[in-house]
Design a protein around this ligand. Structure first.
Ligand code: AP5
Ligand code: MG
Length: 214
């Protein structure tokens, strides 16, 4: 299964991705997670990416495309993959087509999560992540049993630097301008699966799996 998850910030891409990759036993490739790991390790890539991420802007295409191209060549992508947060511009979409065509591969589906702005902001602002195991919580929609502490491993929960109201609003604006055109791009290829991302996460997952099996 070769999939893309498309949707604005806070739409639930990461949440659905975790369940989907477990079900299909494919790697979860999140360009946002790759950048955050690089920031944590203090690499040159992380330093460059942080400048853009903190402002809610997209990291330049030339930095993103080669990372994904390399990642798709790795052994664990042989049976498929799920891309979360890539492509995010038409240029990235076209570059991905080229890479896949060189590899003799096609995409199966592009799942598009549709969620209104108010919910997006509430989800992003209330998100809490475990610094040790990466488990994602939400103060209202998926709270940890003990405030600030991970249910899985007891690690401390933190908030992403770009999850402030101001930066989330900027990220949503950038999404509409630079990423939304990809819906039409993949629609023309007959690949889009539109889903209502404001639904309960388990019901939504069931709906996605059902549609993917058709
Ligand atoms: P990235 O990390 O990809 O962030 P994003 O696209 O803004 O999306 P988020 O991760 O914020 O949200 P999500 O949709 O994954 O939601 P989640 O499941 O966590 O990118 C960050 C930055 O990196 C970008 O701004 C850019 O600078 C850079 N970048 C990354 N990729 C790039 C690229 N290709 N090109 C250029 N730059 C790039 O859910 C959010 C919260 O809601 C959680 O708390 C969760 O528990 C809760 N929730 C989820 N689903 C539900 C539900 N159904 N009901 C109730 N609550 C829910
Ligand atoms: Mg995410």
């Amino acid at each position: 299964m070769r999939l893309i998850l498309l949707g604005p910030p806070g739409a639930g891409k990461g949440t659905q991705a975790s369940a989907i990759v477990e079900k299909y036993n494919i790697p979860h490739i999140s360009t946002g997670d790759i950048f955050r790991e690089n920031i944590k390790k203090g690499t040159e890539l992380g330093e460059k990416a942080k400048e853009y991420m903190d402002k809610g802007l997209l990291v330049p295409d030339e930095l993103v495309i080669s990372i994904v191209e390399d990642r798709l060549q790795q052994e664990d992508c042989k049976n498929g993959f799920l891309l979360d947060g890539f492509p995010r511009t038409l240029n990235q979409g076209e570059a991905l087509d080229e890479v896949l065509s060189k590899m003799g591969l096609n995409l199966n589906r592009v799942v598009n999560l549709d969620v209104g702005k108010e919910i997006l902001i509430e989800r992003a602002i209330g998100r809490r992540i475990c610094k040790d195991c990466g488990e994602v919580f939400h103060i209202k929609f998926n709270p940890s049993k003990k405030e600030g502490v991970c249910d899985n491993c007891g690690g401390k929960l933190y908030q992403r630097d770009d999850d402030t109201v101001e930066t989330v609003e900027k990220r949503i604006e950038v999404y509409h301008k630079q990423t939304e055109p990809l819906i039409d791009y993949y629609n023309k290829k007959g690949l889009i699966l539109n889903v209502d991302g404001s639904k309960d996460k388990n019901l939504l997952f069931e709906e996605i799996v059902k549609a993917l099996s058709e």
